[in-house]
Design a protein around this ligand. Structure first.
Ligand code: AMP
Length: 230
């Protein structure tokens, strides 16, 4: 089974995708994490991506798609993936459909996390991430047990450069201009399911898990009676 998490920056895609990967056994593939890992390792791809990421704009499709297709070729991605932050453009969505189809797979479910704009800004400005395992925290809603230290691996927590207010504004605009229109692609395929992402982390997790279980039971991946088609 292959699942996409759609939603604006700050909607909780990273937190939820990591939790879902643990409960469902699907591989968590985050394009943002892959870029940040390349930046940390100072690869050519990382150097290229950093210039775009620091400005809050998208890394070019060709580079992003190649990186994701390489990731899809790894063994843990064969059994199914939760995509987090990818696709973000129409070209990426089409490339993903083609790559999966070549392996006899398809996106079974596109989960759309809806969160109010003021809430997004509040979440992004309080966000802290583990340098080692990328686990995200929030200074108010989801703080680590020890400030500045990751609960999961003991790594150091940091605030992302692109969570600065002016970059956040650009990222939200980019989302509404380029990524939100993708919902139509998945709505037309009958696999879009909207989730209220304003709820607390556990409530959102529960709804996401139920949607995946339902789609799994259904087998074909097509949602029946639950399709968000507004
Ligand atoms: P994220 O961690 O998903 O918020 O992504 C952080 C930044 O990485 C974005 O603002 C983009 O600059 C870049 N990025 C992540 N995923 C993509 C993607 N699918 N396409 C283009 N750029 C991306």
């Amino acid at each position: 089974m292959d699942v996409i998490l759609l939603g604006p920056p700050g909607a909780g895609k990273g937190t939820q995708a990591a939790a879902l990967a643990e409960t469902t056994g699907l591989a968590h593939v985050s394009s943002g994490d892959l870029f940040r890992d390349n930046i940390k390792r100072q690869t050519e791809l990382g150097l290229l991506a950093k210039g775009y990421m620091d400005r809050g704009v998208l890394v070019p499709d060709e580079v992003t798609i190649r990186m994701i297709l390489d990731r899809l070729a790894q063994p843990d991605a064969r059994q199914g993936v939760i995509f987090d932050g990818f696709p973000r453009t129409d070209a990426q969505a089409r490339a993903l459909d083609e790559a999966l189809a070549a392996q006899g797979r398809q996106i079974n479910l596109a989960l759309q996390l809806n969160v109010d704009s003021e809430e997004l800004v509040r979440r992004l400005s309080g966000r802290w991430i583990c340098r080692v395992c990328q686990t995200p925290y929030h200074s108010i809603t989801n703080p680590p047990a020890v400030p500045g230290v990751c609960d999961r691996c003991g790594g150091e927590l940091y605030q992302r450069d692109d969570d600065r207010p002016e970059t956040v504004r650009t990222r939200l605009k980019v989302y509404f201009d380029q990524t939100k229109p993708l919902e139509e692609h998945y709505r037309r395929a009958g696999i879009l399911k909207a989730i209220d992402g304003n709820q607390n982390i556990e409530q959102v997790s529960q709804e996401l898990r139920s949607a995946i279980e339902r789609a799994r039971r259904d087998g074909s991946g097509q949602l029946s009676g639950n399709v968000e088609c507004g």
